[in-house]
Ligand binder design. Structure first.
Ligand SMILES: C[S@@+](CC[C@H](N)C(=O)[O-])C[C@H]1O[C@@H](n2cnc3c(N)ncnc32)[C@H](O)[C@@H]1O
Length: 229
């Protein structure tokens, strides 16, 4: 019986031959380590069939996205947003933001992703960082009230934009980190901060995708609790 990390490694190797997973510390969030794609992954040598497999099976969880690093850093620096609260991380990927919320003192963190492999990776990464998370593959089946929804790099697909409204209908506070939508104008969301970061392993993305903006929608009137920066 392969262990979970071995299963994830086998999945990765079947999609990108020669690629391997490695535990990495995040440059902007050194408190945290994640099992991610090793930076020595074979670049530029994928055949057309391999490239097709990558496109058909996007392994978002093998990266920590720039927005994820920024929101994780922000929560650790401004724990009042999540401390003692029930938090949902939408599109958790590797689990980076969910783990940061747990480390910042959230009462419960639900890590939600439609990709079952992302949830497995998040479970492994939670263990690496000695935090406990709840996992969900379906936002709508998460029971109970949520205090805060946290979201990083989910707007890469504009079809996900309607989620912004669903979040504000569900929770009084929503924090969104994004570097993809440059015409972001979705009231009641307002700009909370702006930070330069990068995806890990570094995908050498253009400067515009390293420019991460943090947005907040807050119906409690306490937007300042975390200290906007
Ligand atoms: C680019 S990754 C970001 C991962 C992580 N938040 C980070 O910043 O590193 C986007 C993630 O959103 C997930 N996702 C996309 N649509 C979703 C949906 N409707 N419900 C839950 N997760 C979704 C994808 O499966 C993927 O894991």
């Amino acid at each position: 019986m392969p262990t979970l990390p071995e299963k994830l490694q086998a999945t990765l190797g079947a999609i990108i031959p020669g690629a391997r997973l490695q535990t990495m510390t995040l440059p902007d969030v050194p408190e945290l380590e994640l099992l991610l794609l090793s930076p020595d992954y074979p670049q530029g040598s994928l055949s057309e069939a391999q490239m097709q497999r990558v496109m058909n099976n996007p392994l978002y969880w093998v990266f920590c996205w720039a927005s994820g690093q920024v929101l994780a850093r922000y929560l650790l620096d401004n724990p009042a947003w999540v401390r003692g609260r029930r938090v949902l991380d939408f599109g958790c990927g590797s689990g980076v933001v969910a783990i940061a919320a747990a480390l910042a003192g959230a009462q419960e963190v639900i890590a939600c992703d439609i990709d079952p492999l992302a949830l497995e990776a998040t479970g492994i990464n939670a263990g690496l960082n000695k935090v406990s998370l709840s996992l969900s593959d379906d936002y709508f089946s998460v029971p109970g009230e949520l205090d805060v929804i946290i979201v990083a790099d989910v707007l890469y697909d504009r079809e996900n934009l309607p989620w912004l409204q669903r979040f504000t209908e569900r929770a009084p506070q929503v924090l969104v980190a994004d570097s993809r939508v440059k015409d972001f104008n979705f009231p009641p969301y307002t700009l909370l901060g702006q930070h330069d970061s990068c995806t890990l392993p570094d995908l050498d993305e253009s400067a515009e995708f390293r420019d991460v903006r943090l947005y907040v929608a807050d119906s409690t009137g306490y937007s300042g609790i975390g200290g906007a920066s």
